[in-house]
Each structure stands twice: as C-alpha cells, then as structure tokens.
Design a protein around this ligand. Structure first.
Ligand SMILES: [Mg+2]
Length: 279
C-alpha cells in the first residue's frame, strides 16, 4: 500500500475534502446496500479535521510514534473507511466492495496495517481501550496522542465512565475524547431514553465532574474543530480533553438530517431529490 502522510490541508481544502468524503460515503453505501449512513455522516467533519490536518500519521500504519484514532461508535464507520481509502491505507477496491466482497465489515474490525486501530462493534469498548493505549504510551515515554470517538448515546455504557475515571486518575493528557453529540441513539432521541435534561449540558457536567477538560464546538465547523485540536496538541493540559462536538446525524443529505428512522435506512431516490449539502 502507498499510504500518504497527513497532507495538512488548509481550511478551504478541508471543507472541499469533507464534501468529497460525504459524497463518496453516500454513493458507496447506497450502491452496496449498507444502512448506517446517517451515523457515518455525523462524523465526517471532525474526522477530516484530524486525518487531513491535526492527526500525526506519517503513512506508516505501524509507526510507534503515530497518533492513534479509535472509532468506538463503529456502526458509523463508513466515513473512516472512505478517508482511509483516500489516504491509501485501505485499497479502493476493498472500500468499493465494502459490505459485499471485502474484509471491511459493517463495523470496523481491528487491522493495524489498514489504519484500523481497534474493533468496536460492541459499544462501550473503544474508550477503555483508548485509555489503556494512552497510559501505555505515557509509560513508554512515546509522545503520541490517542483520539477516541464515542457516540453520545454510547456514553450510557458504564464501561466508558470507568475508563474516564482511570484516565483522570492517571492524568492522561495525551487522550482526546471526541463525543459525537448528535442527540440521537439508534432509533430515538437521547432525551426519550436515559437523559432527563439537555443532552450537551448533561454530558458537560458529568465529564467535568469526572475530572476532564471539556469544550463544546459545532461538529461541522472545520476551522473551529482544527483550532481546538491544534491548541490541545500544543500542550499545557494536565488532564484528558473532551470535545463535545454538536453534530447532525445524517448531515449532508437533507431528508436524513436529524430524522431517527434513518439510523439504518437507505435514502430513496425521492429522499435524495430533496437535496444534499455537497457538490
Ligand atoms: Mg448519537
């Protein structure tokens, strides 16, 4: 594989790349009948900010000094596949054959040589693994950072809060937790399930109470995302950092945006005819 290092795109290029990835995710997924499109579209912009600007990846997926990214909300992994394919970690043929005739499954399995750092089909496991990796890197004196993307609904899993306690106790300032705060979990809104107040407020209070540094951001505002990732990279933090990224599930396909039924439903031609936000 000819994997490429992080191209460090500028903001205009990052936005254009995000639109390319959105288009690619929708086209490949619809063609192959893979249903988790909406949770994948939620994740595009912060993944673009990382893989095309802030994440330290050199093109060598086994470089011990690489930053690690674990996508714990692995049901929404199509954007990650598309990005890793574009960067050469995953062959285009494997991404094109995804869900049908490829090693790429509906939820990402661990495959280090393809840039997939962990298998996370069962929710609530990525963050504990990320905390352990961050701890291990610190013990070894390796300056790499670990980024873990967790769904907001996924934060109902108790294992996540055990991991946050561990990360705060050991001051894992090399750990960044990105919460995909789209307000939906599977087929319903969080507030109808286990959250009894504003979802973002609720997560903000809980993460601060557990001893992490928390910041909120528009999860589709690429410059704002990059500003935070870059500032945290420069150091000065004495604890894990949590980004509450306010995202829109299905972002980019207007008929799918913030509509619960599209958790695992393919858009019809009529749905697509309502318009998209990418060229
Ligand atoms: Mg969610």
């Amino acid at each position: 594989m000819n994997s490429k290092p992080n191209p460090r795109l500028n903001p205009i290029e990052l936005k254009a790349q995000a639109d390319r990835i959105r288009k690619d995710v929708v086209e490949v997924s619809v063609r192959n009948g893979a249903g988790h499109i909406a949770p994948s579209l939620s994740s595009v912009d912060y993944l673009i900010a990382l893989y095309y600007h802030s994440l330290n990846h050199t093109g060598d997926p086994l470089d011990p000094k690489r930053d690690r990214l674990i996508l714990s909300k692995a049901h929404g992994g199509y954007a990650l596949y598309s990005i890793l394919s574009d960067l050469g970690y995953i062959a285009r043929a494997d991404w094109d054959g995804f869900y049908k005739n490829s090693f790429l499954a509906g939820c990402a399995e661990m495959s280090l040589k393809h840039g997939l750092e962990a298998g996370c089909g069962s929710l609530g496991h990525g963050l504990p693994m990320a905390a352990g990796m961050a701890y291990g890197l610190k013990v070894q004196g390796i300056q790499a950072r670990v980024y873990c993307v967790v769904g907001d609904g996924e934060m109902q899993e108790g294992s996540n809060w055990e991991a946050v306690q561990f990360a705060a106790k050991f001051k894992l300032n090399n750990l960044v937790i990105v919460i995909d705060n789209n307000g939906l979990q599977a087929m319903d809104f969080l507030q109808n399930v286990l959250t009894d107040r504003d979802v973002t407020e609720d997560l903000h209070h809980k993460f601060e109470a557990f001893g992490t540094h928390v910041e909120r951001v528009d999860g589709h505002h690429i410059e704002a995302l990059v500003e935070i990732f870059e500032r945290w990279k420069r150091g000065g933090m004495d604890r894990p950092q949590v980004m509450l990224a306010k995202c829109i599930k299905g972002y980019g396909v207007k008929a799918m945006e913030n509509v619960a039924k599209f958790h695992f439903r393919l858009p019809t031609e009529e749905d697509m005819a309502q318009g998209v936000r990418y060229e």
